[in-house]
Every structure is written in C-alpha cells, then in structure tokens.
Design a protein around this ligand. Structure first.
Ligand code: SF4
Ligand code: FES
Length: 215
C-alpha cells in the first residue's frame, strides 16, 4: 500500500493516499475551505461540518480520500456494489469490496478506480495513463444488457486479479455504462484490464493475444 497521510479533526480524521488521486474535482470543488491544494496542510477537516465532509469524501471516486469518525467508525460501504464504466477511462467501483493484491494481501475498500486501459504504472489502480495512452472506449456495455441476478450473494464482493488477465469479481454487482445503462451480473464476472477486449468492459480473452503483463 502506498503512503497515507492523516489529517485529524474534532469530528473526523481524513486520510489521503496521493498515489490513488487522479482527478481534481469533487474534493476541491465540493469543499474548497477544507481541501486547498495551495495550503499546508492541504486538508483542514474542521473547516466544515462532519456530515458535509463525509458527503464530499464519499464522492471521491478513487478512494484516495477516506475518513474515520471520532467514535472510531469508518465509512459504511454502499449496500449495492457497482462498477461504473468511465468513457475513455477507468472503472469506478463502489461497495463492500475485498481486493486481493498481487502480494496476497487483502484490502477492504469502499471506492476505487480500476485501470482498464492496461497502461497504469500503479495497477490495478488507475493513474490517469489512459490519457497519454490514447485509450478510447465509449463506455458502453456492447450487446450486454440487464441480466437477472441468478443467486443472491451476501457482501463482501471479492475482487481477484488474474495474472496477465482480467479482474474477476465474485458476488452480485451492477455494471453500469457511462450513460447509466445497467447490466446485472450474479455470481462471477471478469472485467477487462488490458484495454484490448472487443466486448469491454468484459474480458474476451484478448489479453492472451496482446501480451498483456500485470501481476
Ligand atoms: S476527489 Fe479524490 S481523486 Fe478527486 S482530486 Fe480529490 S482526492 Fe483526488
Ligand atoms: S483482460 Fe482484457 S481481454 Fe481479458
């Protein structure tokens, strides 16, 4: 795990993991008095009410920002797990997510941005390399449309990285296109992270032909 900075406030302690921050919007625009990149420290947790701060942090799509309440409670995950495709960009995942990393460790996450262009230097997380790589995908779900959930599964959702291949999601989740259309998947779904699938966001086996390398 990359380095995390903690900013202690009376109501909330905010943590920030710079390596996962890719996107200058929700925090700085949502609460400019709290998140000021020009100030040191750049996060001032007591400059807003805890409820307002929680809301803005929960909108951080990458999970770079997280919080812990003064009573020791962490952010509660969304009850429904969702994987939302960003056109020409990553996959935003939300829910009670247990990600097994290549070193075998497991991280419990509520929000993360998964690389799907294959170019990130911080795989499986997005680092904005899709811009430089010229990754193009309209964010649609192709011929896939909403499917009934075959079997109800209880959270957490498990995310496993197949070496040189997709991320395999185990558990019920909703896959959402960039324009909000959804395809429900029960059980297991393999999501492309090499950028080469012809049926993005799903894996179609192209990683075997295009020489994708990832732990
Ligand atoms: S909302 Fe999250 S990803 Fe976006 S700039 Fe703030 S910390 Fe970074
Ligand atoms: S990971 Fe891209 S096709 Fe399998």
């Amino acid at each position: 795990m990359s380095k995390k900075h903690a900013y202690e406030g009376k109501g909330l302690t905010v943590t920030f993991e710079a390596a996962r921050c890719i996107h200058a919007a929700e925090c700085v625009h949502g609460l400019p008095d709290v998140f000021d990149p020009q100030a040191r420290p750049w996060v001032a947790p007591d400059a807003a009410a805890p409820e307002a701060l929680e809301k803005v942090i929960e909108a951080c799509p990458t999970g770079a920002l997280r919080y812990r309440r003064a009573d020791g409670e962490d952010e509660a995950p969304d009850t429904e797990a969702t994987f939302s495709v960003v056109a020409d960009g990553p996959l935003h995942a939300r829910g009670d997510l247990h990600l097994t990393l290549p070193d075998g460790s497991t991280e419990r996450l509520t929000r993360l941005a998964l690389c799907r262009c294959g170019a990130s230097a911080n795989k499986p997380f997005c680092d904005n390399s899709h811009d430089e790589a010229g990754f193009r995908d309209n964010g649609g779900l192709g011929a896939e449309s909403a499917k009934p959930v075959e079997e109800e599964t209880a959270p957490p959702i498990k995310l496993r990285l197949r070496p040189d291949g997709p991320v395999v999601v185990e558990g019920n989740c909703t896959v959402r296109s960039a324009d909000g259309a959804t395809a429900h998947q029960g059980g297991q779904v393999a999501l492309c992270r090499c950028g080469g699938s012809a049926r993005k966001p799903y894996c179609d086996g192209s990683h075997k032909r295009n020489g994708f390398k990832a732990d």
